[in-house]
Design a protein around this ligand. Sequence first.
Ligand code: PEP
Length: 256
Amino acid sequence: MNKQLRKAIIAGNWKMNKTRPEAKALIEDLKPVAANATCEVVICVPFTNLETAVALTEGTNIKVGAENVHFEKSGAFTGEISADMLTEIGVEYVIIGHSERRQYFGETDETVNKRTKAALAAGLKPIVCVGELLWERECDITEEVIARQIKLDFFGVSAEDLKKSVIAYEPVWAIGTGKTATSEQAQEVCAFIRATLAKLYDQDTANAVTIQYGGSMNPKNAEELLAQPDVDGGLIGGASLKAADFGVLLDAATNG
Ligand code: PEP
């Protein structure tokens, strides 16, 4: 019942893939595939493809997101992009704290928190990624890890802003590995995230937040994952690079 309170969001994370001609071709293929989706459809693309994606999706139901954002408004931050730079070209979403950024680029919960606040202040909808390492799951501390990330990543974020945010539960061991969490594991952690939000905020606020699962979601496993009561959509890497596969996931979210 609570699931109906939230809009399912399927977001593609293209990562560092697609030249501009390749991006144009994929977006043209995605348009008919996405046209009848009843879930929110988002494509998060590399910075160089953002303007192209915004222009090509104008008048469609496909929203555009970035894959990172800096927390300062401007200044000496070589290689970084601010939230205002994203909103001024029509970007609506931004992925923050993806495990690849945490693993390879020194992203911490403190910087995730700063980026999340900066995104919200500029009117962007953050997709904040949390998830445990395989070692942490094996040591049976998944809930501690997730609770800590949620507390730190949303520290100082108001209930109103939290409702504009999306949380992606992405077990690190399942990203790009072909290993998917079982639907029970995904549901268990997504429900735990909602319970943690209810403690930190209140139940109504927690019920309003879209919580996605991400990690090797594909046409074969999507339906079962997306049918779980606390799984409100997906953050999709590999399967977002093929229009037909992404279309199956959109249908699963529409039906789920
Ligand atoms: C991701 O990059 O967020 C992701 C879930 O990747 P994949 O679907 O390829 O595991």
